[in-house]
Design a protein around this ligand. Structure first.
Ligand code: NDP
Length: 286
């Protein structure tokens, strides 16, 4: 079984991004800028945001963090988004999810300038993705496609199953696989006999958010298994949706979790920031 080592792929990609950021700076006289907005004080989000900021600094991307306290008015998030939309040094905006009530992610989707939508989640970005005119794809599914490409796994003509239909992972994952000519089935919590679908697939991307739900018996021999799930168990250990240790000698290739899709999500955040910054600064030159 080939270990699809997302950590190694991410390292390789991040080195390339760093050198592309250097060229960007020479060409445009500024760094690509990412604004990270954290609403509330969710401890896991604090950790994710911290690692995203560190990754930006290493790549030469200017990241700025904006904290909104959950006691602040909903309008303050709206006015921050308007400010970031207008800020010439901000090319990309990430609003970390989940966001606590009464704040609503919907207002982000409606207010954020799609040209700065680093996670590809605004209505405009999603419509573009589904209609074949994407600007940037959401970071996690884009990261999955990069892993497949890196290991020369051709998806054209293959049967692919995506487990999960969230806007941030499952749906865009299905579209990106379809863009590469896979025949895609999307499963979810209301799919009866889920294993009948996953066992038929050449490629399975699992994003159900259920710790260690899937094992060897859920995949056909020589399937490619991508585990998007990530969970911290009570013991403190991290695991995915798949029992990775069962796959040796059965799957043809699989991502571990941790060390698979997660590192690629951060690498693709950097790539998407650079892509958006390049598009914005190039438009200004015209
Ligand atoms: P959501 O909770 O938004 O979506 C989960 C999806 O899985 C839903 O569509 C749900 O179906 C489906 N599902 C839930 N239970 C089952 C089941 N028993 N059988 C079949 N389908 C099921 O999660 P996300 O998409 O945001 O994330 C999924 C996982 O990926 C999580 O573990 C998350 O932590 C991880 N993740 C990892 C990232 C990374 O960088 N590695 C980045 C983003 C997410 P329904 O629609 O019917 O409710």
């Amino acid at each position: 079984m080939i270990l699809l080592d997302g950590k190694a792929v991410a390292k390789d990609r991040r080195a390339k991004i760093k050198s592309e950021v250097d060229s960007f700076k020479s060409k445009f006289g500024k760094a690509p800028g990412l604004a990270v907005v954290l609403v509330g004080d969710d401890p896991a989000s604090q950790v994710y945001v911290g690692s995203k900021e560190k990754a930006c600094a290493k790549a030469g991307i200017l990241s700025q963090r904006f904290d909104i306290d959950k006691t602040q008015n909903v309008e303050e998030l709206d006015s921050l988004l308007n400010h970031l939309n207008a800020d010439q040094d901000v090319h990309a905006v990430l609003v970390q999810i989940p966001i606590p009530k009464p704040f609503e992610y919907r207002s982000v989707l409606e207010l954020l300038d799609p040209r700065k939508d680093v996670d590809g989640l605004t209505y405009d970005s999603m419509g573009r993705l589904w209609s074949g005119h994407k600007s940037v794809a959401p970071c996690t599914p884009r990261g999955v496609m990069e892993i497949l490409k890196y290991y020369d796994i051709n998806v054209a003509g293959k049967k692919a199953v995506v487990v999960g239909r969230s806007n941030i992972v499952g749906k865009p994952m299905a579209q990106l696989l379809m863009d590469e000519n896979a025949t895609v089935t999307v499963c979810h919590s209301k799919t009866p006999s889920l294993e009948e679908y996953t066992r038929e697939a050449d490629i399975v991307a699992v994003a159900a958010g259920k710790p260690r739900m899937f094992g060897k018996e859920d995949f056909k021999k020589d399937a490619v298994v991508i585990d998007v799930g990530i969970h911290r168990l009570d013991s403190g250990k991290l695991c995915g949706d798949v029992r990775f240790e069962e796959l040796g000698g059965h799957a043809s290739a699989a991502t571990p979790a941790p060390g698979g899709v997660g590192p690629m999500t951060i690498a693709m955040l950097l790539q998407n920031t650079l892509d958006l910054a390049t598009a914005i600064e190039t438009r200004k030159l015209k």
